[in-house]
Design a binder for this molecule. Sequence first.
Ligand code: C2E
Ligand code: MG
Ligand code: MG
Length: 666
Amino acid sequence: MVIAAALLFATGFLAVSWRVATATESDQRLRLVEMTNSFVSIYAETRGDSTTVPATFRRMGIDHFTLNRSPSATQASKSIRMPGRPGFELETVENDERLRSIIQEYVDDPAKSVREEHRLENSRMIARTIFPSIATSESCTSCHNSALGAEVYKTGDVMGAFVVESDLTPVMWKNFLNACGVFIAALLVISWLARREQKRMATVVSTLEKRVVLEQQKFEAEAKAKFLMAHDSLTGLANRKMFHDKLEEMIDGVEGVGTIVGLLDLDDFKDVNDTFGHGGGDAQLKEVAHRLSEIIDLKGGVAARFGGDEFAFVVNVDGFSGDPSSVGDDIIQAMQEAFEYESMQLNLRCSIGLAIGSSLTDLTPNDLIKAADAALYVVKSTGKHGYRLYDDAIKASVGRRNNLAAQLPVAIAEHEIRAVLQPQVCLETHRVVGFEALARWRYNDEEILPAEFIPIAEEMGIIRALDLAVLKCAAELVARQNRSGKALVSLSANISAASFYSDDLCDAILMILADTGLSPKALMLEVTESVSIDDWDRVQTALQRLGEHGIRASLDDFGTGYSSLSYLKQSGFDEIKIDRSFITEIATSEDQQFLFHSIMSIASGLNKIVVVEGIETQEQADFVSLQGAQIGQGYYYSKPLEFSDVEDFMESCHDSSDMVDIRTTA
Ligand code: C2E
Ligand code: MG
Ligand code: MG
């Protein structure tokens, strides 16, 4: 390429310089003839005879101006001769046949123009200009005719020709050598330029490459950031924001098409995290996400993870004829099969709340999510593992719940929450050893039960105020009772684990004891974990601090919900309360008997007092007593009592002053 370019350059140079040289030489040849002409004219003027100039004289001029004297090695030598008309030559005869025939052509046609030619003759480059020599005057013809001795010429005849030659061989070589020089110089310059260009191009290319890589990385980073902004990093499902966007799109979509929104929550996910660690929890979440998205993708919907073990999905159905229950069935079915994690089988049980809406209804995306959430709540509170579609019944219960939630803080502040007391009885002696304080709320002439308002208080974060209010009014009564000297009883007060989130709980309890005069030793705190507590250590620390003051603690509802064996291994509990669900069939069910027996073994191994709640029959009381439980509580002994009835109840009982010992000696 570089060579070709240099060659082209050199060839161009050669062509131009050759053209210039030949043109110059051609001019010089013509000038040579003009010089001989002026030589003749000047001679004629000098002589005073302007008409007659002997041809011999012209020849002298020609001889004079023929410059082949000693040209340098690189210059063209020039010569001029004047051969006569073939056959009538005087002094110069043209021996070259070709030139003779050219002269003849002029003789035949004097109007023929001047001839220029370049020829390679005997290894020399000859440039030649030939033009006719015409007899211009009488003196020319008469002179030549007399020399020839015959009447050959008349005026206007061609008498011969001027042949002016340049030997261009040295010029040709000079040009050739110059062209070679130009070729080499061009080669060097072009290859230097090419190399420089190559380097520049390499820099440009590598800069471009770097830019492309950077652009690519930027693009990938942007795509990743965009993905992460819209997706959950653990499962890759849509996140809450993207889910909302999609939900809006789908609701505003085709008219008459129904949209099913579902919220899915894993059942007992906390247990998996506690037992298998976060690795197990994450694996379970990924598996659920995988199975859920498989189903929802097939239905052309969107699955999302809101966080924790909360998932959501949205699918369009053909009008309201679409069967939402098929979505629920499909998902429950898909989660049926356990999955393997580190060679163990983990269940994927879940609860699902469904709600259906369309562009024809007024339900906004948020309304739909709330409705699905209400349906999910119903599933969760009625046994879990299933699905429920939001309907009028749920709508009514949500309305009631919202109303209660609005009234509850007022009820606490206005002391409308009162305590009732349920006796706790020594199973051996049948004497009353204490009372459990249970919250009651009369609202609009209706007795609202704790099962309804305690979860609301926990969710609203006002459970601590409620617990303390109940404790305070119960402590007043029990302290009074104990001061009366008739009996010495303990007070069991329910404190939700969520109440321990406030730092000053211990101080508040101690303050109540100081205010009411109840002995710390007479107080048993029943800790329930109806909602999952992340920071159990906090509960533990508070119980230890209260323990230093003589206050004891009981693990309530043992065996159900979150209250499990894992909490027993932690210190801080003096007592466990076995949930009533363990004794409902105890008289007949061998399984229950076995379970109860096992729990008793653990409790006695850990040296804990055992209280059995929900005793309704004598058989139950006898059985649990025989198994070694110390205290019983239930309708068999007494329903929860209003304050006004407590004294009468105590009156009807035997002397119970020694009953507290059961707890202190355990
Ligand atoms: P819990 O602490 O396990 O209380 C025992 C529940 O069983 C009480 O229901 C009681 O009335 C009921 N019960 C007692 N004996 C029997 C029986 O023989 N048969 C049947 N079927 N039930 C019996 P209640 O009063 O409705 O309280 C329900 C739950 O609400 C309590 O369970 C406790 O966890 C919670 N709770 C009640 N008061 C408070 C409170 O002041 N603070 C907190 N945090 N929770 C409370
Ligand atoms: Mg309790
Ligand atoms: Mg209980």
